[in-house]
Design a protein around this ligand. Structure first.
Ligand SMILES: [Zn+2]
Length: 520
């Protein structure tokens, strides 16, 4: 399949039942930063996102709103989900909807293939179903209800009562893949990350897997089972297939073999679907399993989990309208250890904006450009013989580039940014100790002044290249002011310090201007 030269990364496809909150935007940004970084290494990169549009929950929501489920999905995709990508500046290569013909037809091919190969049988199932999760629940997944549901068993995630369903369904023989999955986890220790997620999945699978009911006949909003059109495909089985139908499975073998397998970024609430059911489906079909399934943590707001199920959602544009998309992207990638839970607060966002983006990075850029304009008429000096302090900056550029690049391979986005920020801090400290404004007063110090300005311009260009995946707008502006060659998004990121540019700077407005509006 893949020869390893491509980097295919996915977000979950989002359920069109509701509108996006910052948790969805967080997942999108993480996948986008990783994709941009790999693209900037020159790799054949493909970022997929999209929407999940079938299932009983969508049907009920649409009916409650007096429209067909397809009309409901169309409305949400156009007014909420595609606009989200603009709001947080996502550079996706494709957007798949599970109602796309390319998805429905090829999902059916996949299903027929599994049926023909004997992995699917007819059975009966009775169990507790949560419409919120679109999933049958085991007794251990339920908790005692509270408030209006006191006395009933409710879903632990949704806090709503489950329904006892009895169906004649088609079943996927998932139980037969238990040992193969465990062997695969063992042989490929980074298949599930972070480590806590991996351990949880392994202990779950070690209990033995049940077969999976993969069809429903009580409603019809879904992909028809190809050999029995009185059934529609279980929405999760349908949704997971988007990762291959978007990559050309069933219709474009060349594209599919170039892209597949993928790295999946998912919230930890849907880890089992991606790390257990999905690879079992692929093993049954004789296809390669994903490269990696990475489960990120919850966003906590006021101590409570942000999710599509709770009403604590903050709309991403509440943040971007005030701070801009670069700040949104930077904040969530920097403030939260990717893979762990993290707390969002307006106070923390404002504080980091001011200290890190405005004072740390933005002010550095403004000062350097202003000094080159003032002392050298905008001409970037060639610089003279470097001293230890100048060489140290150069060494830091090389070191943080390598550290950040290696962190990206581990999906440690926060570590990559922390490494890059060492360069921000060192450049600011260098300017303070070298005092170019003092050097400028004495003509005898002219060569030294030019060396110092040369050094900080080089460092600033390296920062622009390294931060381009995270703050694409500010770095594009800075790159233009530095006279960088071409588009900063095309500058080789794993050798960021080798960036090339013109001979002049041009004036630069504040990258992260002072924000007067009170927020929160
Ligand atoms: Zn639920």
């Amino acid at each position: 399949m893949s020869d390893g030269s491509s980097f295919y990364i996915t977000t979950p496809i989002f359920y069109v039942n509701d509108v996006p909150h910052i948790g969805h935007a967080y997942t999108e940004v993480a996948a986008d930063v990783l994709a941009r970084w790999h693209r900037q290494r020159g790799e054949d990169t493909w970022l997929l996102t999209g929407t999940d549009e079938h299932g009983q929950k969508i049907l009920r929501t649409a009916t409650a709103n007096g429209v067909t489920p397809k009309e409901w999905a169309d409305r949400l995709v156009e007014t909420a989900w595609k606009p989200l990508l603009k709001t947080v500046d996502i550079r996706n290569d494709d957007f798949i909807r599970t109602t796309d013909v390319r998805h429905e037809e090829n999902a059916q091919k996949f299903l027929q293939h599994l049926f023909d190969a004997g992995h699917i049988y007819t059975g009966e199932y009775e169990g507790f179903y949560c419409v919120g999760c679109e999933e049958y629940k085991q007794p251990g997944d339920l908790v005692a209800g509270a408030g209006e549901y006191t006395g009933q068993q409710v879903c632990a995630i949704h806090s709503i009562p489950v329904e006892l369903l009895h169906e004649k369904n088609y079943f996927f023989r998932m139980s037969t893949f238990t040992d193969q999955l465990l062997a695969m986890y063992e042989a490929n220790p980074t298949f599930i990350q972070p480590e806590s997620a991996r351990n949880e999945v392994i202990s779950f699978v070690k209990q033995g897997l049940s077969d999976l009911s993969i069809s429903r006949s009580s409603f019809d909003w879904g992909i028809k089972v190809p050999w029995d059109d009185s059934h529609v495909v279980y929405v999760w089985f349908d949704a997971l297939l988007n990762y291959i139908t978007a990559a050309g499975y069933g219709q474009d073998d060349e594209k599919f073999s170039r892209l597949w397998p993928a790295t999946h970024i998912v919230g930890k609430d849907i880890l089992r679907f991606h790390a257990v059911i999905w690879p079992a489906m692929l093993l049954a079909a004789g296809l390669p399993v994903p490269t990696q399934v990475f489960g990120h943590g919850w966003l906590l707001v006021g101590g409570e989990k942000m999710s599509k199920s709770k009403l604590t959602g903050i709309a991403p544009n509440q943040i971007t309208d005030v701070f801009g998309s670069d700040t949104f992207r930077y904040y969530f990638m920097r403030a939260i250890s990717f893979g762990q839970d993290g707390s969002f607060s307006w106070e923390d966002l404002s504080a980091r904006y001011q200290s890190e983006l405005a004072n740390g990075f933005g002010n550095l850029a403004s000062r350097v450009i202003a000094m080159v304009v003032r002392y050298c008429d905008g001409e970037i000096p060639a610089g003279g013989t470097p001293r230890d302090a100048d060489t140290a900056i150069r060494d830091t550029e090389i070191r943080v580039t390598k550290t950040a690049d290696a962190a990206i391979d581990r999906l440690a986005l926060h570590e990559a940014l922390a490494a890059v920020w060492e360069l921000v801090d060192e450049l600011n400290g260098y300017i303070t100790t070298q005092e170019p404004w003092a050097l400028a007063k004495n003509p005898d110090d002219r060569e030294r002044l030019e060396t110092v300005l040369h050094t900080v311009v080089r460092g600033l260009g390296t920062l622009a290249v390294l931060l381009s995946p995270v703050t694409p707008q500010a770095t594009a502006t800075l790159w233009a002011a530095l006279g960088g060659t071409g588009d900063v998004q095309d500058a080789q990121i794993d050798r960021a310090w080798e960036w090339t540019g013109g001979s002049h700077v041009s004036p630069l407005a504040a990258l992260f201007p002072r924000i007067e509006a009170a927020v929160g």
